[in-house]
Ligand binder design. Structure first.
Ligand SMILES: *[C@@H]1O[C@H](CO)[C@@H](O)[C@H](O)[C@H]1NC(C)=O
Ligand SMILES: *[C@@H]1O[C@H](CO)[C@@H](O)[C@H](O)[C@H]1NC(C)=O
Ligand SMILES: *[C@@H]1O[C@H](CO)[C@@H](O)[C@H](O)[C@H]1NC(C)=O
Ligand SMILES: *[C@@H]1O[C@H](CO)[C@@H](O)[C@H](O)[C@H]1NC(C)=O
Ligand SMILES: *[C@@H]1O[C@H](CO)[C@@H](O)[C@H](O)[C@H]1NC(C)=O
Length: 430
């Protein structure tokens, strides 16, 4: 009996050794298999990342231009640009439509409004209006700007268009449906909010000027703001941008340029700048509510220069977030910097004219629905957090002469500015 047991042990030992040896050789083979598997899976990960990157850059393509705004005649003397629907969050039902309108000076505002629904229903709303240019009495424009409001009682559906009917005309068949843009984001359009969006005004800026004709300057405008962390640009009169420039910008897949038309119906002989600017400001803010935290209205020769990139934890955005939400505009100190045509990058120009007075203030806005009778609550932003440059040809310098603008800047701010410039330089060279 013992012998058999011993034999069994020997056999078991042999089997064990064989198994061990087999395992060892199989193991090295298995390793090869594993590396192969690993290789494939790495590739899969790569592909997945590609897909993720693709969707990621799709997601940040925030929809700023639908429905496309356009000046549309709504009555004999009135034209509408864009209409926005705001659901009434507090009363859990109903809502209000805001329409940007311009009309002939002296034309009587007497309208009725009704909202149209997808199910065919038409519901009468309560009409009221507000002048846009309360601060601008002395203008000799032939037009006046308004916001038309149409308040709607509760209905289970969301309206998709609005019709204004002029009651001061005896009988009219004119019924222009204006498509609505929704201020509140819906399921189909839930791209994440971006930090800052730039609305670019090519209406008041002289597009026949040598600045606008300078491809390098126009490119630097977009690349500089892209480098500091702005990916979204809404361009009013976007057709003024050259094909070459748009083609170049499309190469930067994270720069999103959305063009809006601005076929203003009244003559603009260069005197209506502030009236047109207030329409663009209002449209820019209504259009970007909930899509962007902050919006900046600039002309192409105006550059925003923040102390750090906007994505940094201690950037100006962080400071703005800590302000009270009733503060909706932050004024930037603006230096009128003289352009020297021998210097390639605009931000590398050193001198400013302290006596130059800009025709408008440059503000960072917190986009909100304009509330009647409140002039926006403006706060001066400390230049240590950010400021603006306006690049001009200094033809008529004040008697105080030119001054270097870098004098008062802190060293770390200056280092960051030099970094933005180097990055822009690198992007241009690409
Ligand atoms: C995806 O994006 C990340 C971060 O932007 C980048 O590092 C990576 O190279 C991209 N992958 C591909 C395949 O483009
Ligand atoms: C503009 O005119 C209105 C009435 O004509 C007046 O109430 C308002 O104070 C004026 N605004 C300014 C800034 O002068
Ligand atoms: C625009 O710029 C061009 C070229 O400098 C100039 O001739 C023209 O008068 C300017 N237009 C306006 C409205 O300032
Ligand atoms: C601009 O147009 C307005 C209204 O037509 C007119 O009163 C004004 O004199 C014009 N200004 C210039 C500089 O042509
Ligand atoms: C900026 O100007 C300095 C000299 O003033 C020059 O050395 C530097 O190369 C310029 N940088 C760029 C990016 O143009």
């Amino acid at each position: 009996m013992r012998k058999y047991q011993q034999l069994l042990l020997v056999v078991i030992s042999c089997i064990s050794i064989v198994v061990l040896l087999t395992y060892k050789s199989e193991n090295s083979r298995l390793k090869d298999v594993l590396t192969a598997v690993h290789f494939f899976s790495r590739k899969d990960v790569e592909e997945l990342r590609l897909i993720t990157n693709f969707t990621a850059s799709n997601e940040v393509n925030i929809d700023f231009n639908r429905p496309l705004p356009v000046w549309q005649r709504i009555a004999d003397s009135f034209y509408a640009y864009a209409s926005f629907y705001q659901r009434n969050e507090l009363m859990s039902s109903g809502g209000e439509i805001l329409t940007l309108v311009t009309g002939k000076v002296g034309a009587v505002v007497n309208f009725r409004c009704k909202a149209l629904y997808k199910d065919g229903r038409q519901i009468q709303g309560k009409f009221r209006f507000q002048h846009l240019n309360q601060e601008n009495n002395k203008s000799d424009d032939e037009f006046k700007n308004y916001i038309f409001y149409c308040r709607l009682k509760s209905y289970s559906e969301i309206p998709y268009s609005i019709v204004y009917t002029d009651l001061s005309v005896a009988e009219t068949n004119m019924e222009h449906k204006l498509r609505l843009r929704y201020i509140t984001k819906n399921q189909e359009n839930n791209a994440p909010q971006t930090q800052m969006t730039i609305c670019l005004d090519l209406i008041n800026f002289n597009m026949s000027s040598s600045f606008a004709y300078n491809y390098a300057y126009m490119l630097e405008f977009f690349l500089h703001h892209f480098v500091i962390g702005v990916n979204q640009f809404i361009v009013y009169n976007g057709d003024e941008l050259s094909e070459d420039l748009l083609r170049r910008l499309r190469k930067e897949k994270d720069i999103h340029v959305q063009s809006l038309p601005f076929n203003f119906p009244f003559a603009n002989n260069g005197t209506s700048t502030s009236s047109l600017r207030e329409i663009i400001t209002t449209d820019c803010l209504l259009r970007s509510i909930q899509r962007t935290k902050y919006a900046l209205l600039l002309e192409p020769n105006e550059f925003f220069i923040p102390n750090t990139k906007l994505s940094n934890d201690n950037s100006v955005v962080y400071s703005l977030n800590s302000h009270n939400t009733i503060e909706t505009a932050f004024e930037l100190k603006t230096y009128a910097v003289c352009t020297d045509h021998k210097i390639i990058l605009l931000t590398n120009n050193s001198f400013h004219d302290p006596e130059f007075v800009n025709s408008h203030k440059i503000n960072i806005f917190r986009p909100v629905v304009p509330v009647s009778s409140t002039i926006s609550n403006t706060v001066n932003l400390s230049p240590s957090l950010g400021f603006a440059h306006k690049y001009i040809d200094c033809l008529h310098v004040g008697k105080d002469g030119l001054h270097p603008w870098q004098n008062t800047m802190r060293e770390d701010f200056m280092n960051n500015l030099n970094m933005y410039r180097r990055e822009v330089d690198k992007l241009i060279a690409n």
